[in-house]
Design a protein. Structure first.
Length: 379
């Protein structure tokens, strides 16, 4: 039983390290591609197109004037589309954290990418751009904005999942790791199994900090709240009510905005501006950490006797190896928090099953203090 558990501990340790590499790579790619900024651009464009869209009047009736009516309707649609483009550009120029399109790849990688505006900020940008809306138009725009918000969240999540799958292929294929082959070696090679277990235990201690440093705003938000508490100590009681949790950055900011409602509007605006800046600065720092973390995965995997591209292209000439790597890729899409939880469960199970010494002595292998449970990443 203990031999089987040790083999699984070694296997899960490998999956955890590779998953951390995938997570870091996803964050680097997502920031390089400016996914959040592009997502906002698509959403604002669709929002204004829908806002200027004329209500449908049913199917056209074939009359002598039907051709002229169609042309007029097409002209109005073209005009409304141009208005939507123009208004979108005006809003995005006023919105914070929206990078310029023509930037170098280095600035794209390290520039803030969490581009988002709340509905209140959108109205303010429209007023600044000289656009005045009636109460009825504001209500209609609010409904469209709520739909856009849900659509953009789903769209961004789908894009991240696709990048995660692609990154899993890159990492699994680059290290040429076949799950069946790895499990076989762990089950039959006592020396390698002991080596893998020792490496997995070291990773187990390091994993919480590594997972936090490679994930998104939900984790840096806690540090951002700490910075707010230092800058605005008179409002610490309010900051303690904010959890810093949410499916997206706007959810995290919206939570703090709700907490700050008892304060004056100008004080709220200042604190939210400080929070935005803290989130951006901390996330930018986390991007750099992700790059260092991704580079450090090779060293961690070497402790499991796993090296980059060990067999060359000939490795994929065998269908068995291709299938084995595909299984590994599938497992890597589960994410680092999932594998950390499994590793923790198995280490605790192994320590519980170890035979105890007689006469009240301590167990043969002293159980290590459980590292703190890392927060799970959400998009």
């Amino acid at each position: 039983m203990l031999t089987t558990i040790d083999a699984l501990i070694g296997f899960i340790g490998v999956m955890l390290v590779l998953s951390l590499a995938v997570t870091a790579l996803v964050q680097l790619v997502q920031n390089f591609l400016q996914l959040r900024a592009k997502n906002l651009r698509v959403g604002i464009q669709a929002l204004f197109e829908k806002f200027f869209e004329e209500p449908s009047t049913g199917e056209d009736v074939e009359t002598e004037d039907s051709t002229l009516l169609k042309r007029q309707r097409q002209d109005r649609r073209r005009t409304n589309l141009n208005r939507a483009f123009d208004l979108r550009d005006k809003v995005l120029k006023l919105a914070p954290f929206v990078p310029e399109e023509n930037t170098t790849w280095i600035s794209r990688l390290f520039s803030p990418t969490t581009s988002w505006v709340s509905f209140e900020e959108l109205l303010e940008h429209l007023r600044t751009a000289g656009v005045t809306l009636s109460d009825a138009e504001k209500e209609r725009l609010s409904l469209l904005f709520a739909r856009m918000e849900d659509y953009l969240r789903k769209r961004f999540t789908l894009n991240v999942r696709l990048i995660t799958i692609a990154s899993a292929f890159v990492v699994g294929g680059y290290f040429q790791l076949s799950t069946p082959a790895l499990l076989t070696r762990l089950s039959t090679d006592d020396k390698y199994r002991a080596q893998a277990v020792a490496a997995a235990e070291r990773v187990y201690k390091e994993a919480p900090a590594l997972i936090v440093s490679s994930t998104d705003y939900q984790n840096v938000s806690t540090l951002a709240l700490d910075q707010l508490a230092q800058k605005h100590p008179e409002h610490i009681a309010l900051f303690e009510r904010a959890s810093g949790q949410g499916e997206s950055r706007d959810d995290i900011v919206a939570e703090l905005r709700a907490v700050l409602r008892p304060l004056r509007a100008d004080v709220q605006s200042q604190i939210l501006a400080d929070y935005d800046k803290a989130l951006t600065d901390l996330h930018r720092k986390a991007i750099g950490v992700s790059g260092e973390q991704f580079a450090g995965m090779t060293e961690r995997l070497a402790k499991f006797d796993i090296t980059p591209w060990p067999y060359g292209w000939n490795y994929y000439a065998t269908p068995q190896n291709i299938i084995g790597v595909l299984i590994t890729v599938f497992f890597l899409t589960f994410g680092a928090p999932f594998w950390y939880e499994r590793l923790r469960d198995l280490i605790q199970l192994r320590d519980a099953l170890k035979p105890k010494r007689s006469e009240g002595n301590v167990t043969e292998g002293k159980q290590e203090e459980t590292p703190p449970k890392p927060q799970k990443k959400t998009e």
